[in-house]
Design a binder for this molecule. Structure first.
Ligand SMILES: Cc1cc2nc3c(=O)[nH]c(=O)nc-3n(C[C@H](O)[C@H](O)[C@H](O)COP(=O)(O)O)c2cc1C
Length: 186
C-alpha cells in the first residue's frame, strides 16, 4: 500500500542554503509527496496548529528536514513541536493522533562524518544528538526511522558533489512511499 509522505523543510536562510535546497528540490519528484517550507509559511513563528495537525493526520510518514544548528534543529522546528504536538492529541490521555506513523529526520551537518563519533571532536554521533526528537516520536507512538544525514556540507560545492546525496534521498523516500521498510532502527 502506498504511504503518504509529509516533508517539513525548515531552513531559516533558504536563499543561502545549498544542500537542503538541493535535497528538497529533488524530493519534489516523489509522487504524492507533500512539501511544506516552514520558514516561508511562518516567518513570524505564528504556527497554524489546526492546519499542521490536519496535515499530520492525512499522512503516514513525517519527514523533518533541516540543517544541524548547534547540535540540534533551527528554532522554528522546536516551536513547531511545542505547539503542534499537544497533550491529549499527540500524547497523554486520549493523545493517539500520531500512533503508527513514522518520523524520519533528514539532517545536513557542516562537520564531517569522522567528527561525529566517540573519538571525534564532537564526541557523539548525530543520532545521539537527535535523541530528544527520537524520544518525542516514541512518546507519541511513532516509529523513529534511522536519520538521513549528509555530512561535510562545506565540501559539497558542485552538482556532481550533491547528486549522489539527492539520489540516495529520493531512493529512500520512494521506498518509504512504496511501503518498503527501512532496516530496523537500532
Ligand atoms: C547557527 C548555525 C549553527 C550550526 N551548528 C552546527 C553544528 O552544531 N554542527 C555542524 O556540524 N554544523 C553546524 N552548522 C553548519 C550547518 O549545519 C551547515 O551550514 C548546513 O547544514 C548547510 O546546509 P545548507 O547548504 O542547506 O545551508 C551550523 C550553522 C549555523 C549557521
Amino acid at each position: 500500500m502506498r504511504r503518504r509522505i509529509l516533508l517539513l523543510h525548515a531552513h531559516p536562510m533558504p536563499h543561502r542554503s545549498r544542500v537542503n535546497r538541493h535535497l528538497v528540490t529533488a524530493a519534489e519528484s516523489i509522487a504524492g509527496i507533500t512539501i511544506r517550507h516552514l520558514y516561508e509559511l511562518y516567518p513570524d513563528y505564528m504556527i497554524d496548529v489546526d492546519a499542521e495537525q490536519k496535515l499530520l493526520l492525512d499522512h503516514d510518514i513525517i519527514v523533518l528536514q533541516h540543517p544541524f544548528f548547534w547540535y540540534s534543529a533551527p528554532a522554528l522546528v522546536k516551536e513547531w513541536l511545542d505547539l503542534v504536538l499537544q497533550y491529549g492529541w499527540a500524547y497523554g490521555e486520549g493523545g493517539t493522533a500520531l500512533q503508527g506513523k513514522s518520523l524520519l529526520q533528514s539532517v545536513t551537518t557542516g562537520g564531517a562524518a569522522e567528527v561525529y563519533c566517540s573519538a571525534g571532536r564532537n564526541r557523539h554521533t548525530v543520532r545521539e544528538f537527535l535523541l530528544p526528537f527520537e524520544q518525542t516520536a516514541r512518546l507519541c507512538g511513532m516509529t523513529y526511522l534511522d536519520p538521513f544525514v549528509v555530512h561535510g556540507t562545506g565540501q559539497l560545492q558542485t552538482e556532481a558533489d550533491l547528486a549522489p546525496h539527492s539520489q540516495a534521498y529520493c531512493t529512500l523516500l520512494s521506498n518509504l512511499a512504496s511501503g518498503i521498510d527501512l532496516p530496523p532502527s537500532p
